[in-house]
Design a protein around this ligand. Structure first.
Ligand code: FPP
Length: 225
């Protein structure tokens, strides 16, 4: 059975779900947040230690202002209401990406990271204003400045994921098969599951089924055994 410490998820399909069911893309984001809470609980049940969720990419700024504002307000309300609850569940919240948001949201994110810093049950990495290419460029600049040898270990040490093991498993919902500038370095040997369902329809059972399948995949890492 393959070990599973870190699951990364591209939560795709909110907009389509919202349009189909409520005639509004934003309603899809609201429903997507319910799925986020379910999958956090399911990850704890499966004793997963790291869950990385792609919530907003560096490219998502191109979306209509109304949608971008809605997403950040959703996140603000979530943190305001649920931070204590997350903390009580011993969940550590960590932000990947550059925190270039409103003062209110930045403060909330910093507060959430600080309060939950020593929590051990599950680390939720929320990728917000995150882009893998930018992360790699920043890491390379720092590595170059450090004058250390350019190798895998040293480069990994300058990524935003420096203290996080690479994901063994990537799930993308929404019936699209691409990586969308997400953890390009860290996913080099991950098992990838592309799921047809839209994120708001993704259930705990779907999650458990994927984990079960992943556990019995033969992982060779380039070897022949
Ligand atoms: C992708 O679906 C989803 C996003 C860009 C946002 C993810 C946000 C959530 C799951 C809910 C809120 C959570 C936080 C932390 C704010 P899409 O909108 O690209 O869907 P589409 O492909 O159908 O257009």
């Amino acid at each position: 059975m393959n070990p599973l410490n870190h699951v990364a998820i591209i939560m795709d399909g909110n907009g389509r779900w919202g349009l189909k069911n409520k005639n509004s893309r934003n309603a899809g984001h609201k429903a997507g947040l319910v799925t986020v809470e379910k999958i956090i609980k399911a990850s704890i049940k499966r004793k997963i230690k790291f869950l990385t969720l792609y919530a907003f990419s560096t490219e998502n700024w191109k979306r209509p202002k109304k949608e971008v504002n809605y997403l950040f307000t959703l996140l603000e309300n979530f943190l305001t209401k649920k931070l204590n609850n997350l903390n009580n569940q011993n969940i550590k919240l960590n932000i990947l990406g550059n925190k270039k948001f409103s003062k209110k949201l930045n403060n909330l994110l910093n507060k959430a990271e600080k309060i939950t810093f020593n929590n051990k049950n599950l680390q939720v990495n929320l990728a917000l204003n995150y882009g893998s290419k930018l992360e790699l460029i920043d890491a390379l600049k720092k590595l170059n400045k450090s004058k250390k040898k350019i190798n895998e270990k040293n480069l990994s040490g300058y990524l935003q994921t420096k203290n996080i093991p690479d994901p063994e498993l990537l799930i993308r919902t929404g019936n699209t098969k691409r990586l969308s500038n997400f953890l390009l370095w860290q996913l080099a040997y991950s098992e990838i599951f592309f799921i047809k369902k839209l994120w708001p329809d993704f259930s705990e059972e779907d999650f458990y089924k994927i984990i079960k399948q992943y556990k019995s995949v033969k992982r060779t890492f380039g070897n022949v055994i």
